[in-house]
Design a protein around this ligand. Structure first.
Ligand code: KG4
Ligand code: ZN
Length: 351
């Protein structure tokens, strides 16, 4: 089964063709560099660029898989991110795909963005490598969530961020240090040269049993550190701040995962996904933690499957259609900037 998938929920215009939920036949992503100078995504700019870029992205994705724009006969389904995300960004994907669905008479599958990140771990893996129940930690610019993944469409939210997402904290820390956007990759690069114990940032674990997260205090601590500093900021200071920041985020993830593993001893796999799962240091410490707990640790096979991409939307659409054929229709898909994952999956099951 071949799925042509679109993802336009934030600042990347991405199209991919995925076969049987795990084999990537083609993938194209146009990243919008225009946001870099603003230190974050500007919704109006993102919307304009998605509109300018979607057709070229689609044509390239088809060309790479040796299709012609007017000959996509053996594509079985179209899929698109329905939400959550920036409404004006989502609209490009949902409108383009709804139109293509009418034009080519191809059924259409709406996909939840976080479910896409979760299913990124299917890419380039045999389906039976995913073992339920699994703990999934999804960390991106908009989400920091832990789910108990019981079976394909059966997911329970265990904890979420009460304020900033961890990716957002990376981005804001980078901005405060005068580094570029997105902050994750550059903070991680500086962190490699810094001392992880140079600054003792607060590790916010919330109440004793809480599985939720809070990163606004950490962000505020970086702000205060910079405000109190009288000397000029140099590379050593930036490296130490980045290293200590990354260490703190890692400690918080370790603590929360440990709490979940204690509460649900039946979990045998821990999955780390979303843009922040591209981080080498965090992958290493979480992998070590899982080893200590006799758990398998899974993270997307390629960095490009961690950050936003259309392949994960194809992988997720495959899981959805496999569980319930009724979800695919030739219809218009509405974008929904706020979309609850458990509600979305329940609705999908019951169509
Ligand atoms: O999943 P994603 O591409 O988009 C959203 O759904 O938000 O995640 C983007 C986030 C950004 O905050 C970015 O700074 C972060 O992922 N990120 C990283 C790394 N690469 C991207 N954070 C830490 N280390 C990285 N190597
Ligand atoms: Zn994302």
């Amino acid at each position: 089964m071949k799925i042509l998938a679109f993802e336009t929920s934030c600042d990347d215009t991405a199209v991919a063709i995925v076969e049987n939920g795990n084999k990537v036949l083609s993938n194209v992503k146009l990243t919008q560099k225009e946001h870099n100078k603003y230190g974050g995504v500007v919704p109006e700019i993102a919307a304009r660029l998605h509109n300018e870029n979607w057709r070229e992205t689609l044509e390239l994705a088809l060309k790479n898989a040796k299709y012609n724009i007017d000959d996509i006969d053996d594509i079985d389904y179209l899929a698109v991110t329905k939400g959550p995300g920036l409404q004006t960004s989502l609209l490009t994907g949902t409108t383009a795909v709804s139109f293509l669905s009418l034009l080519y008479k191809k059924p259409l599958i709406p996909v939840h963005h976080v479910y896409g990140h979760i299913c990124a771990n299917f890419l380039e893996r045999n389906e039976n490598e995913i073992k339920f129940p699994a703990l999934v930690l999804t960390v991106s610019g908009g989400h920091t969530q832990m789910h108990l993944w019981k079976s394909s469409l059966n997911i329970e939210l265990l904890g979420t961020t009460l304020d900033d997402a961890a990716g957002e904290a990376f981005d804001k820390t980078a901005k405060m240090l005068g580094l570029s956007y997105p902050g994750g990759p550059i903070v991680s690069k500086y962190a490699k040269k810094g001392d992880r114990h140079a600054i003792d940032f607060p590790k916010i674990y919330l109440t004793k049993d809480s599985l939720d997260f809070s990163f606004s205090g950490l962000k505020a601590s970086v702000y205060r550190l910079l405000e109190q500093r009288t000397e000029k900021i140099n590379d050593k200071f930036i490296a130490d701040t980045c290293a200590s920041f990354e260490y703190t985020v890692g400690k918080i993830f370790e603590k929360k995962i440990t709490r979940v593993l204690e509460k649900f001893p039946q979990i045998s796999q821990v999955h780390f996904t979303g843009g922040v799962s591209a981080n080498t240091y965090l992958k290493q410490i979480l992998s070590d933690l899982c080893k200590k707990n006799n758990c398998e640790f899974l993270t997307p096979k390629k960095i490009e499957y961690s950050t936003d991409n259309a392949e994960m939307i194809g992988a997720a659409a495959f899981q959805l259609i496999k569980q319930n054929k009724n979800i695919a229709k030739i219809q218009h898909i509405d974008a929904e900037s706020r979309l609850d994952l458990e509600g979305f999956l329940n609705e999908t099951k019951n169509i």
